[in-house]
Design a protein around this ligand. Structure first.
Ligand SMILES: [Zn+2]
Length: 281
């Protein structure tokens, strides 16, 4: 099989390029029009907000409700920070849910992959979109496609995901208005670096009740959307799997009580740290 690696690698690159080329090359800084909203479609795209920690609300989106978007109430003010932007069809549901808290103050992307920037381009009608400097190229560009190794995925997953990235998850490149780095304060949380799965992957950490929002630092879903214990994301989707494991270890060392991932979860209970340490091993 080793003899074919070069061929497989190059075909993977072409597959990624073909998908990436079907998008406009660069997002513009112009604000989009307000999101059109139909209640029935909104309910299809996302469940109602679910309170998962003090001032933190989870919107479970997508057909099988595996796409997590978090609304974080701004302490001492009105509005919510949106952390991760789910899949593109969730835009109207995010806007409607945020309206109940006074609207969107900012959108922070945990990383730039298609299924996390999904609704971000549409949400720029309401607020700035921020991410880590190392995630800008993906958020404004291919959404991860330029380093994923899709051909390493099983054929059924490759076909399912190829379709989903293109037609269901990705809202396309989004203009990044500003960047945030480790230690920055966001809505009562602080930014923490958790790179590896994706460049510039960031989480939000709140020490007073040990809550962490971590995007795809680890997966609690398999490639078909089924639940699984925390695990390092699949190699084919990682920029650097060893680095991703070190980031899970870093998260474990914070001794979180509630960890809110990008898909499924929350991770909570007496053995959170042990589960994270197992995933980092
Ligand atoms: Zn993801």
């Amino acid at each position: 099989m080793l003899a074919f690696d070069g061929v497989r690698g190059s075909r993977g690159w072409q597959f990624g390029e073909a998908l990436a080329m079907s998008f406009p090359s660069a997002p513009t800084a112009a604000r989009p029009a307000a999101v059109r909203s139909r209640p029935r479609l909104r309910r299809l795209s996302s469940a109602a907000p679910e309170r998962v920690a003090d001032g933190v609300w989870l919107l479970r989106g997508g057909l099988v409700r595996t796409m997590n978007v978090y609304l974080v109430e701004e302490p001492g003010g009105s509005g919510v920070t949106v952390y991760d932007a789910g899949e593109k069809g969730m835009a109207a549901a995010i806007v409607a849910a945020a309206r109940g808290f006074g609207g969107i103050t900012r959108v922070v992307l945990g990383h730039g992959d298609t299924d996390h920037r999904g609704a971000a381009a549409a949400l720029r009608a309401y607020a700035d979109v921020l991410c880590h400097p190392d995630a800008v190229a993906q958020a404004e560009g291919s959404g991860g496609r330029d380093y994923w190794r899709m051909n390493d995925l099983p054929l059924d997953v490759r076909l399912l995901h190829g379709f989903s990235h293109r037609f269901v998850w990705d809202g396309g490149p989004v203009h990044i208005d500003d960047t945030v780095k480790e230690g920055d304060a966001i809505a009562g949380f602080e930014v923490i670096d958790l790179p590896g799965h994706a460049p510039g992957l960031i989480g939000l950490w709140r020490g007073r009740d040990r809550v962490a929002l971590v995007s795809d630092c680890f997966y609690m879903t398999d490639m078909h959307g089924r639940r699984q214990p925390p695990a390092v994301p699949l190699d084919a989707y990682n920029l650097d799997t060893a680095r991703a494991k070190r980031s899970i270890g870093k998260l474990a060392s914070l001794e979180p009580a509630i960890v809110l991932p990008g898909h499924r979860g929350p991770l909570t209970g007496p053995d959170v740290v042990a589960q994270l340490e197992a995933a980092a091993a």
